[in-house]
Design a protein around this ligand. Structure first.
Ligand code: GCB
Length: 598
């Protein structure tokens, strides 16, 4: 699905701002047929949970309703009219006046409704959206709803972040001509100093000639071709490099009878990605990941996209010397990837498949109450939904040069029987949808080099470990020994590049200690340094992503004090002590692997 852009043939009206809001419990029957019965207003984009003082809203389980009036611009006569949601978490039903125009399941990918013929140019219409936050064993991520003795519904889920819901990304109404560019994809390779751009264009609404042009950043045409698919050559190409982005524009023009009917511009970068042996290569050069697992999470707006936090977070990442991050644990707003493209930050792009692991309920034993991948838990239907998430992610993000790898899941029960049967078809699907990018999954601590059942299917081993925190708490010497043994075990069994996709310690800013004291700022710094010593001794190691960039909100729990505190920055983005030691390590590395010790 193309992102929304104004072009010489397309206009956009952004429908962000305050919308009316009501919980389903007081909305009445068929609330879309009239004005919502409520004085509440909520901002779009934002999660609704933390806006009000009322916990009945914050912890509501089920549907809430959003509504506003919108108007199609007068000038859109004879145009195709499309409504697009960046995301609605987790499921949506969209009504224009009394009519259902779209339904979508999946809280982190966009969807559209074609309103051509439903509303006309100049017309005002009532736009009502049902937003459902319920998670089940056939949603991604999974969860469950239980009803207590008092009849109240409660939501439980197997992931460690608050189940924020709402319309967290922009809503846009846009026009295209009736004959239009529907889809564009670009794959790049290099041939000595030249860039080769394989492109493919899909159109809708009738036959038209297709002409493509490639413009450099100065707007000069550097290549052109005709036809729906083909390859063009850019001589003396400027590559998209980590830390040194360079973007070209692919301008796609549709021509009918010598007239321009539609035009769409896709920014893209020329770069290659490859796993060779135990190295991760970008443009043929070994790349060493430094950075974080992040969350879309800020005070008050929850998972609502915010350009100010976007810019500030990237500033802080650059300040620490981070060259990359993982979109843990779901696809992030498209604005984030566009920004990463423009600023040369490398992205590991993850689906929302977090929590496919009932072993977590077994505590540190990792023994699930019933097998995770049993049909009554996460079986064929869950996998079909997971496959759909993968399709929507790859469809949305495959043209981003910043995205160098897909992460299919976070911490699945890859140590359990049934995990291979579950994941193998998904790996095949991902390779079919995008043969150009390596694949990974983030391995949970119960999955070891001895019992993991899926590592060989993937290209890069991403390992989440909390030695010195959840296990060997306060004992960094043992953590160091055990971590090294384990990483060497993964290297020996699979012979693939390994990165640490999570490691860290909850840290209370302002708490200091001269001893190895969990929660102190010094302990976080020392734990990270312990891990870094190990990484630097493992030849197959290709990167380190700390958990987490910033503190973030979680569900309630005795192990969580106003959320997860493993941030190197606080939730309001103040550095903890570890930020400074990281900065000196990462800025010194400059994206290169430290010289290996043994
Ligand atoms: C993990 C999860 C992450 C949690 C983290 C923690 O393994 O992948 O979502 O937040 O551990 O802090 O426990």
């Amino acid at each position: 699905m193309l992102s929304v852009r104004t072009t010489p043939t397309r206009d956009v009206v952004v429908l962000d701002g305050l919308w009316r809001f009501v919980l389903d419990t007081t909305a009445g029957a068929e609330p879309w047929t009239g004005r919502l019965a409520s004085d509440l207003e909520v901002p779009v984009p934002a999660s609704y949970n933390d806006l009000f003082v009322d916990s009945a809203i914050r912890d509501h389980v089920g549907v809430v309703w959003y509504q506003r009036v919108a108007r199609v611009p007068r000038g859109w006569q004879g145009e195709r009219i499309v409504l697009r949601f960046g995301s609605v978490t987790h499921a949506a039903a969209v009504y224009v006046n009394d009519r259902l125009v779209a339904e979508h399941v999946g809280g982190y990918t966009p969807f559209e409704a074609d309103l051509t013929g439903v509303v006309g140019a100049g017309e005002a219409f009532r736009l009502t959206v049902a937003v459902d936050n319920r998670l089940t064993n056939v949603t991604i991520p999974p969860g469950s709803v239980t009803t207590g003795a008092d009849g109240r519904e409660r939501q439980t889920y197997f992931h460690d972040f608050y189940n924020y819901a709402g319309i967290a990304r922009s809503v846009k109404l846009y026009s295209t001509p009736l004959s239009y560019v529907d889809h564009v994809s670009v794959v790049t390779t290099t041939d000595s100093a030249a860039g080769i751009v394989d492109y493919s264009v899909r159109t809708g609404g009738g036959d038209a000639g297709i002409r493509i042009r490639v413009l450099d950043e100065a707007g000069a045409e550097v290549a052109a071709a005709d036809g729906a698919t083909g390859a063009v050559r850019i001589d003396d190409v400027r590559l998209w490099q980590p830390g040194a982005a360079y973007l070209y524009d692919l301008v796609v023009d549709l021509i009918q009878d010598g007239e321009l009917v539609d035009s769409y511009t896709l920014p893209f970068g020329v770069r290659t990605v490859e796993v060779r042996g135990t190295e991760f290569l970008i443009n043929g050069e070994p790349f060493y990941f430094t950075g974080f697992g992040k969350h879309e999470d800020t005070p008050v707006r929850g998972k609502g996209h915010d350009d100010a936090y976007l810019v500030h977070d990237f500033q802080l990442m650059e300040w620490t010397g981070a060259n990359s991050f993982r979109t843990s644990h779901y696809p992030y707003a498209e604005e984030v990837l566009d920004f990463a493209d423009r600023h040369g930050i490398v992205v590991v792009d993850e689906t929302a498949a977090v929590g496919l692991n009932l072993g977590v309920q077994g505590g540190l034993t990792g023994i699930p109450p019933t097998p995770t991948f049993a049909e009554e838990n996460f079986g064929g239907e869950t996998r079909n939904v997971h496959a759909q998430h993968l399709r929507e992610l790859i469809e949305r993000d495959k043209n981003h040069p910043s995205v160098v790898m897909w992460s299919i899941a976070n911490e699945p029960a890859s140590n359990e029987e049934g995990s291979r049967e579950y994941f193998e078809p998904l790996v095949h699907l991902a390779r079919e949808l995008d043969p150009t990018r390596p694949l990974t999954y983030a391995a949970v601590m119960f999955a070891t080099p001895a019992n993991d059942k899926i590592g060989d299917l993937f290209d890069v081993l991403s390992i989440n470990r909390y030695y010195g925190w959840y296990v060997f708490t306060g004992d960094l010497a043992t953590a160091e020994t055990v971590l090294e043994q384990e990483l060497r075990g993964w290297a020996a069994r699979f012979g693939k590049p390994i990165m640490m996709s999570e490691y860290g310690a909850d840290t209370q800013p302002g708490l200091h200690s001269v001893w190895d004291m969990p929660w102190s700022e010094e302990y976080q710094t020392d734990l990270l340094a312990t891990y870094h010593r190990v990484f630097d001794r493992i030849p197959e190691f290709v990167g380190e992503h700390i958990w987490n960039f910033a503190d973030f909100m979680t569900g309630p729990g005795i192990h969580r004090v106003d959320g997860n505190k493993k941030g190197v920055f606080t939730r309001d983005r103040k550095p903890k002590g570890a930020a400074f030691s990281l900065r000196s390590r990462w800025r010194g590395l400059g994206g290169r692997k430290p010289v290996s010790g043994s």
